[in-house]
Ligand binder design. Structure first.
Ligand code: SAM
Ligand code: DTB
Ligand code: SF4
Length: 337
């Protein structure tokens, strides 16, 4: 008598394993392997990502970060997505570097509202020595509140980064944004190699790396895979990996981009979880336009961080009340709480 094959007898769709047998993350991913992950059946991809998420984190915990734009607009770079570039007329009012006391006061409000990490962003091509003392004062003050500190200030030199580290900087955000091949379509005033060099400087100073990119800029799936390839083949994976969904800004070259399909966004999160299994994967820009159900799929796919507090740098977020309600309804709690 022949026995009918059961579901479990079927071969699993092929795609490379994310962790070596000894549990160490791989750094030797290839473009073909990452594209094969993207091509998996959706539910198979999510199952694999959710499985790896449980090996490396408590999947019921979500890290909560809050941003503040400490210096807004008038930036010399031409990043084609950005409201703050002086190359495009976006109607944004530029302002000078904030006073440290005002930044620290806002960090206190963020902490009391439930944020665990406070990220200070400046619309600069690169950090200038004259601004380092004020930034060090902000970082020290934010750290003294018991918050983790993060800054994103453009390119920076080693001695500058060491000064920020000495002041209490935990993380530095500097994104690759897209794949190397796709990059010149988006930015031409700074090279991909300059971004990689800045990441190396951050590492040398002993500051943790927050590095990710943007999807929904009209890129191909191969470009999304190429971004994740660049991140997964860094000498050390980023500790924090933000996935931004483009917030189209009228007046910028990418202002008319159609939104990326939600399932493709979830696939990107899942593949990020698989190729950088120990990174905290953050839902970053664009969450304002996402349903709670789509965000829940992202958490299932391995996202375990999000920005909270009603505003990113210049664009809105759902707001703390809506976010607290969503987390409560999903049974998720702040990391470490
Ligand atoms: N000037 C610094 C820099 O570029 O590194 C720091 C601030 S910059 C706004 C930080 C990151 O935000 C960018 O690298 C990009 O990935 C993301 N971002 C900026 N504008 C965005 C938008 N409209 N939609 C989605 N992500 C965006
Ligand atoms: C990151 O990857 N996303 C955040 C943070 N790092 C600095 C910034 C998102 C900015 C979205 C557009 C805005 O609010 O201006
Ligand atoms: Fe400037 Fe950063 Fe905006 Fe690029 S993303 S234009 S560097 S503020």
């Amino acid at each position: 008598m022949t026995v009918a094959p059961t579901l479990s007898d079927r071969p699993a769709p092929s795609a490379a394993a994310p962790l070596r047998e000894d549990g160490v993350p791989r750094h030797d991913w290839t473009q073909a392997e990452i594209e094969a992950l993207f091509d998996l059946p959706f539910t198979e991809l999510l199952f694999r990502a959710a499985t790896v998420h449980r090996l490396t984190f408590d999947p019921t915990e979500i890290q909560l970060s809050q941003l503040l734009s400490v210096k807004t607009g008038g930036c010399a770079e031409n990043c084609g997505y950005c409201s703050q570039s002086s190359h495009f007329d976006t109607g944004l009012k530029a302002s000078r570097l904030m006073d440290p006391a005002a930044v620290i006061a806002q960090a206190k409000v963020a902490r009391d509202g439930g944020a665990q990490r406070f990220c200070m962003g400046a619309a600069w091509r690169d950090l200038k020595d004259r601004d380092v003392p004020a930034l060090a004062e902000m970082i020290a003050g934010v750290k003294a509140l018991g918050l983790e500190t993060c800054a994103t200030l453009g390119m920076a030199g080693l001695s500058q980064m060491q000064a920020l580290k000495a002041a209490g900087l935990d993380y530095y955000n500097h994104n690759l944004d897209t794949s190397e091949a796709d990059y010149a379509r988006v930015v031409t005033t700074r090279t991909y190699q300059e971004r990689l060099d800045t990441l190396e400087t951050v590492r040398q100073a002993g500051v943790k790396v927050c590095c990710g990119g943007i999807v929904g800029m009209g890129e191909t799936r191969a470009a999304r895979a190429g971004l994740l390839l660049a991140l997964a083949t860094l000498p050390a994976h980023p500790e924090s990996l933000p996935i931004n969904a483009l917030v189209p800004i009228p007046g910028t070259p990418l202002g008319d981009s159609p939104p990326l399909d939600g399932l493709e966004f979830v696939r990107t999160v899942a593949v990020a979880r698989l190729v950088c299994p120990r990174a905290v994967v953050r839902l970053s820009a664009g969450r304002e336009g996402m349903s709670r159900e789509l965000q829940a799929l992202c958490f299932l796919a391995g996202a375990n961080s999000m920005f909270v507090g009603g505003k990113l740098l210049t664009t809105p977020l759902p707001g703390m009340d809506a976010d607290q309600q969503m987390l409560a309804d999903l049974g998720l709690r702040p990391m470490g709480a």
